[in-house]
Design a protein around this ligand. Structure first.
Ligand SMILES: O=C(O)CCC(=O)C(=O)O
Length: 301
């Protein structure tokens, strides 16, 4: 850059250091306090990271989430999918393979509110999307055996070129073991820096795909710009996960209008039993107008 030229407006360093009423210091301080520097570095470098079960929650908490998701699956289809045997949910063919999606998990049990408020996950999501970000979807996912796979795609819902910083993040709770035979998620490490979605031929070339091998209870977190997809499940039984999406404050939640958006459905009891941040995440509490400029110009506000 020559001395006279102004800095690039989209340079994250410039944006990150905008006047943000202390947001950057709070967000980075929280990452350090919770020993998440390596995870934040992996998100920046590879586009994704895996939190270990020990970092996230006791095994009993994840079993509770999983059981509620299987209960919802049974309610929706009439059959409770068996974890390690059987071929359910065969008739549900979606973009993710033989998969049942359960979109209303936030309202199924208080444990799902606690999952949203998990301190380590929230610290990393805030690092990517700022303190004003929203939770835009929470889907239970039950994936059975079948030949279908999910090609590479990005989650950022914008045309390319994508912004060089995250505008959406995916937090997937692995409620059964994830690996290739189990139909796990794969990534193209570093593709988050390309700021574009794959072209069709690129989306089906899986030769460089990396598949995290992660036990139940882990949480996969990725930046919406990273290229990723999912293997077909070849093992019997089902893969159970919970996908939560988060987005910058100016985006809307992904739920079907017919189901109603979180801000309309979150109850007074849910708000009363959670920290104030829960109201911000569910779109119930909007920031002050006087903070608008700070939110607009800082990566972390
Ligand atoms: O569940 C998976 O393995 C992948 C999900 C995915 O690609 C997505 O939510 O965008």
């Amino acid at each position: 850059m020559n001395e006279m030229s102004p800095p690039m407006v989209c340079d994250p360093v410039i944006l990150g250091s905008a006047d943000d009423r202390g947001a950057q210091a709070r967000v980075l301080g929280r990452i350090a306090e919770l020993n998440l520097e390596k995870n934040a570095w992996e998100i920046d470098t590879f586009g994704y990271t895996v939190l270990t079960p020990q970092q996230v929650a006791p095994a009993s908490f994840c079993e509770k989430l999983r059981d509620h998701i299987l209960d919802e699956a049974a309610r929706a289809s009439g059959t409770r999918p068996a974890l390690n045997s059987g071929t359910e949910p065969g008739e549900y063919l979606t973009f993710l393979g033989r998969t049942q999606f359960l979109p209303d998990m936030l309202f199924a049990d208080r444990a799902f509110e606690q999952a949203v408020m998990n301190e380590k996950i929230l610290a990393l999501v805030t690092y990517m999307l700022g303190e004003s970000c929203l939770m835009t979807a929470m889907n239970g996912v039950v994936k059975g055996p079948g030949p279908e796979y999910m090609p590479y795609h990005v989650d950022t819902p914008e045309p390319s070129p994508l912004p060089p910083y995250s505008t959406v993040a995916n937090v997937t709770w692995l409620l059964s073991d994830f690996d290739k035979p189990n139909g796990g998620t794969f990534f193209l490490p570093g593709s988050n820096r390309w700021c574009r979605a794959p072209m069709h031929a690129e989306s089906v070339d899986l030769s460089a795909a990396v598949t995290p091998q992660a036990p139940a209870g882990s949480v996969l977190i990725w930046n919406g710009n990273v290229w990723h997809g999912a293997w077909p499940r070849t093992a019997p039984g089902v893969r159970v996960s919970m996908i939560t999406y988060f987005a910058r404050y100016y985006m809307r939640d992904q739920r079907d209008d017919a189901l109603g958006h979180y801000s309309e459905r979150v109850t007074a009891e849910m708000l009363a039993r959670n920290p104030e941040r829960f109201a911000v995440l569910t779109g119930k509490k909007r920031g002050d107008v006087s903070d608008e400029q700070h939110r607009r110009t800082s990566l972390f506000a």
